[in-house]
Design a protein around this ligand. Structure first.
Ligand code: ZN
Length: 133
């Protein structure tokens, strides 16, 4: 059954082990009306309530990488949209990454215009059932 997404500020979870990257994206998204939560590692995210509408995940993190996290979530039946920030040099590889675990690849360094456009396209495709308290 199709459900209309409730009108709320979507919460974007930023999962990156680089503080500076998280800070910069946090500020950008907050000024655009999103709610933001930050996680310094994939393990941090997995420990939490996992109630973000969209995930923005660094591909290369020290312990558990973005692709590992995507696999864990998808295997567990979690279909939260995942945007993988990749610094993969070969274009074909990014497409394979996104296809494997239904992620969207976003090349690093991330520029604000493509980030916002990518988030906007994820928001259009998803039926977010989360409600703000
Ligand atoms: Zn939402």
């Amino acid at each position: 059954m199709y459900q209309v997404a409730p009108q709320h500020a979507h919460r974007v979870g930023i999962i990156d082990d680089d503080d500076a990257v998280r800070d910069a994206i946090h500020v950008l998204l907050e000024t655009r009306g999103f709610q933001v939560s930050e996680y310094g590692s994939a393990q941090d995210y997995l420990r939490g309530p996992q109630d973000d509408c969209i995930l923005l995940v660094d591909l290369a993190m020290s312990e558990l990488g973005g692709l590992d996290l995507a696999e864990i979530l998808r295997t567990g039946g979690v279909e939260t949209p995942i945007i993988l920030m990749t610094d993969v040099p070969r274009p074909g590889q990014a497409q394979r990454i996104s296809a494997a675990f239904r992620c969207t690849a976003l090349p690093k360094p991330v520029d604000s215009r493509s980030l916002l456009a990518t988030i906007a396209s994820c928001v259009c495709e998803m039926a977010c059932s989360r409600t703000n308290a």
